[in-house]
Design a protein around this ligand. Structure first.
Ligand code: CO8
Length: 372
């Protein structure tokens, strides 16, 4: 079959933390830490922590706020982490719950009954547990037959999920596949790290990939999908099941998100811009004719540079919309949120690009054309 995107869905947590609130709690944490370690700092044995700043965060990243699933403990200087209670095994887990909410939104928009769906992929950068798969729990909650599995390609999970779903359609193995990306990034963000405490937010998205013959009249034809990975240690998280070798290291900084932000910025921008231009060339498309770019939402400066290289001029908000200001970086969900919130105005024949990039490194492009 010919793969299309029939609809997308979005779940946004109610709670949100502004930069002002975030910095106020972070600075209170810093003051406590420095007071508690005053002697050691004085003796030069411990380094004093530095305050964060609202101005820096907005200028360096474009982020003004982020939604989270568990605000109070994150902004409590004595905790600085989400505290989401574990649920009983017979209750729907929290990651499945927000995935189901986004999936229902997508199904409703497509006018689709869950019984029509053949497969569910849970594509996200952090899974709540190794097994049973989050995807199978989401499948069960929605009442979908067929099969489901989890996949993790960090920030590029959603685009890798879309290609995987599209390949099932192309191969004739499925006619309707849900790609669900619940991202509770707050769980693996080091809220005590000045360099990165402002970056991430929580959200869930869903994309319904279907056979054109089966899809609703108005849909997005998938013109091409292209994936790329290049190993890099510049974005890393060492959390895993072999951590038991050193139980004392549980919760230590390297078991959370760590990055060399400058290096990521420098290396990923040219790699992604070239990848988009090459794929447009293969499609015999002038990239400047792309009506809209729904880029990965990590950093406003990165997106400015990538869209400039692709379009040949500085992109307007209309050409390359951002959701960083309210959502922050939501890992794999970012480009899908941008697509979901900023695609209704495109008309029959308009082309656009969903593009992700991040840890791995991993990058994915999905060129689409509006139909109907
Ligand atoms: N407040 C005030 N000052 C600060 C702060 C702060 N919070 N943080 C750093 N500074 C200071 C530094 O100390 C430094 O001072 P000096 O110049 O005196 O040394 C100065 O500000 C500049 O610091 P940086 O060079 O670090 O700042 P940048 O301008 O590079 O901005 C960014 C930092 C915003 C991190 C930027 O480098 C960036 O966005 N890079 C791209 C990162 C990126 O795209 N990463 C991909 C993210 S990975 C992903 O999307 C998904 C991963 C998987 C999910 C994980 C779930 C948790």
């Amino acid at each position: 079959g010919r793969p299309v995107i029939s609809a997308s869905g979005l779940f946004t947590p109610e709670e949100s933390i502004s930069n002002e609130e975030l910095v106020e709690s972070f600075n209170a944490y810093v003051d406590r830490y420095n007071a508690a370690n005053a002697e050691a700092i004085e003796a030069g044995e411990v380094e004093a922590l530095q305050h964060s700043s609202v101005g820096f965060i907005e200028k360096a990243s474009g982020i003004k706020a982020r939604h989270v699933m568990s605000k109070a403990p994150i902004v409590d200087p004595a905790i600085m982490a989400p505290r989401l209670e574990e649920r009983a095994n017979d209750e729907l887990s929290i990651m499945a719950e927000i995935g189901v909410a986004a999936a229902r939104d997508a199904l409703e928009r497509a006018g689709r009954d869950p019984a029509d769906v053949d497969a569910v992929l849970c594509a996200a950068s952090n899974m709540q547990r190794p097994y049973p798969a989050m995807a199978i729990e989401i499948q069960q909650a929605l009442g979908i037959e067929g099969f489901a599995f989890d996949m993790n390609v960090a920030c590029s999970s959603a685009t890798f999920g879309i290609q995987t779903a599209a390949d099932y359609i192309r191969a004739g193995n499925a006619k309707s596949v849900l790609v669900v990306s619940p991202e509770i990034t707050s769980g693996h963000l080091n809220w005590c790290d000045r360099d990165s405490h402002f970056i991430f937010g929580d959200v869930a998205t869903a994309v319904l990939v279907e056979d054109a013959a089966f899809a609703p009249e108005s849909h997005w034809e998938i013109l091409s999908t292209k994936l790329k990975t290049v190993f890099s240690n510049n974005i890393r998280n060492n959390f895993g099941f072999l951590n038991r070798a050193h139980p004392e290291s549980e919760g230590s900084a390297d078991k959370l998100f760590v990055q060399e932000g400058r290096k990521v910025f420098k290396e990923v921008v040219p790699m992604v811009a070239q990848m988009i231009i090459d794929e447009a060339g293969r499609l015999q498309m002038d990239p400047a004719t792309l009506r809209r770019l729904w880029l990965h939402q990590a950093n406003a400066g990165m997106n400015r540079l990538i869209s400039q290289k692709v379009l040949g001029h500085e992109a307007s908000d209309d050409e390359s919309p951002t959701v960083l200001d309210t959502y922050g970086n939501t890992s794999s969900a970012g480009s899908i949120i941008a697509f979901h919130l900023h695609s209704d105005d495109l008309v029959d024949g308009d082309t656009g690009l969903i593009c992700s990039f991040g840890a791995g490194y991993s990058a994915g492009t999905v060129f689409v054309r509006k139909v109907g």
